[in-house]
Design a protein around this ligand. Sequence first.
Ligand code: HEM
Length: 294
Amino acid sequence: MHAAAPQPNILAPIPPLARALAFVLRPQVNPRDALTRLQMGFDPKDVIVGVGEPLARAIGRRVDGLRTFPALSGVGVVAPSTQHALWVHLHGNDRGALFDRETEITATLADAFILDDAIDLFRYRTGHDLTGYEDGTENPKEDAAVRAAISTGGEGRAGSSFVAVQRWVHDLARFRRLAPLERDHMMGRDLDSNEELEDAPESAHVKRAAQESFDPEAFMLRRSMPWAKAHAQGLEFVAFGESLDRYERVLHRMLGLDDGLVDGLFTFSRPITGSYYWCPPLAGGRLDLRLIGL
Ligand code: HEM
C-alpha cells in the first residue's frame, strides 16, 4: 500500500501561467472509463484535478464533506453557484505546452465530459491582484499550510483537499477612481508597504477575512490568479482547505450574512462563478480515486 500524498501543485507556489478547465458530464454516459484514462495519463507535475458533487453522484458515491457550491444572497450582493462536475487546473510557464496538455486531457475525457469553461490565468508581478495589492501574504506556510489545506481523514481521503473556486470580475476603472486612502481602507492594507492598517474600517477585506478572528479559526491556502480578456478582468479566486467550511464561513461574513456589513471588495468587484471540488490524494504517483469507487 502506497502512502497517501497531496497533489503537489496544491502546496506549490503559484505558477507563471495556468489554465482552468471546468467540465460538465455528457448525459447518460458512465464516466468511469474516462476517469480511469485520466488517472493513467495524469502527470501530477503540471495539473490539479478536482471532483465535483455531480460527478460523485453520477458514480453513485458520496465524499464526506463535498457539497455543491451554494448560491448565496448577501446584503445587496450575491455569490452565484455555477457548479461543474470536474475541474482541471493546468500549471506551466509555456502557453503552447498548456495548449497541448489541454488538448490531450479534453480528448482523454471526451466520451464522458464536455469542456464547458476554460480561462487563461497568469501571475501578476510576484503574486499580486490586478489592483496591485499583494495576494497571499497571510497564507499559512509549510506545516501550517498542510494542516489548513490537507485532510488527515481515513482511507482514500487522507492527503486529499477541498477547493473553492470563484471567478471575480473587477471594475478597475471604478477602482482607479477611488483615492489611494479609500483603496487602502477597502483592502485594509497599505498598497506600498503591504502593512495591515489597524485604523481601516470593519468592512476592509482583511478585517472581514481575518482568519484567526473566526471560531474555529478559518485558515485556508489561497492560490488565486488574475485573468484578463478584452473587456473584462479580475481574479480567479482559488482556496484549498481540509474542509469547505473554512472558506464558506469567510464568504458568509464578506456577504454581510453575519453582521450586515459587506466586504469593501464589492465596491469594485463581484463573483460570477462558484464551485466546490474534492481534490483526491495521490498513491504511488497516481490519482487515488478509491473513495469514489475507482
Ligand atoms: C476580488 C476578490 C479578492 C481579492 C482581490 C482579494 C485580495 C486579498 C488581498 C490583497 C489580501 C491581503 C493579503 C493576503 O493576506 O493575501 C487578502 C487576504 C485574504 N483574503 Fe482575499 N481577496 C478576494 C476574495 C476573497 C475571498 C472570496 C475570500 C474567502 C471567502 C478571501 C479570503 C481571504 C483571506 C482568508 C485573507 C487573509 C486574511 C487574514 O487572515 O489576514 N478573499 N485578499
